[in-house]
Ligand binder design. Sequence first.
Ligand code: COA
Length: 319
Amino acid sequence: MPRYSRIIATGGYLPERVLSNRDLEQMVDTSDEWIQARTGIRSRHVVSAGEKTVDLAEAAARQALADAGLGPQDLDLIIVATTTPDQIFPSTACLLQARLGNRGSPAFDVQAVCTGFIYALACADQFIRSGTVRRALVVGAESMSRITDWTDRGTCILFGDGAGAVILEAADQPGLISTHIHADGAYADLLQVPGGLAEPAGKAVMEMQGNAVFRVAVRTLEEIVHETLGANDLAPSDIDWLVPHQANIRIIRATADKLNLPMERVVVTVDHHGNTSAASVPLALDDAARRGCFRPGQLLLLEAFGGGFTWGSALLRWG
Ligand code: COA
């Protein structure tokens, strides 16, 4: 019998501290009007002193577990997608595992920047399809504010912190229909944090050529959507909901336009949390799920694009 994975629960968490566009006006030469017009962002959440990526991950994971009516020992696999781990090691997934009180299950991080959650979902799906794992917790958690240059108006207006989580379970019917992941490291220079352990040390903050990233993102997201539809013999009109990476409302609209999808069928949360990198797609999914947007049997297309460059998608049937 074919074996699939399906999402049985979601969770999300945004740190309490809110940074509005008006707050940013006090920090760099920008305006609320400019930010809203060019990005669709009104405010973002940022971690407070002492608040860690694992704190955000734990809150989202606990909500997903409660949603599923499961305990930590019910998890056979924990994957955390993050670009902003609290430590070099242990992985954020191991730190989260200890917090939750799960022992013995494999736990590891995936680093694919804004596409991290789609990569992690694709991994967990493969583990479940192969029969190795029955239930997996997949989390996207980020403290992007810790790698933000707060003097660079080209980047500091875009990003925010948060975490989203899903629980995947083995099922006889999909669930996840297909996942598609890609990368092209030749684009590293367009969006990067140069800092790391290599000598000489680069700056540990984001550097981005915004305009170039914008153009490649729009083109690549159109391609990944068509790849996903083509692989499943579907037309754009078959998609009930697009759950896109929340980077910029103009990128989201461009993808929806290319698909001829009305914005009523697109989940948009970028206005209140900005680009939360790997947390963006699961946060959008959780937000829409909690608002009761999705009905059982509806077809959802998740997509993301990010540093690397990396990009990917997941097609799934809800419920
Ligand atoms: N406030 C006010 N003006 C700003 C500004 C800000 N925060 N940031 C840039 N500007 C200025 C620029 O200096 C430029 O001024 P100039 O014409 O006098 O040189 C002008 O606005 C236009 O800049 P440009 O970079 O062409 O704007 P844009 O329309 O491309 O918007 C981004 C900039 C960053 C919003 C946009 O390029 C973007 O969203 N890129 C993709 C970023 C992204 O999603 N990255 C993550 C991918 S996962």
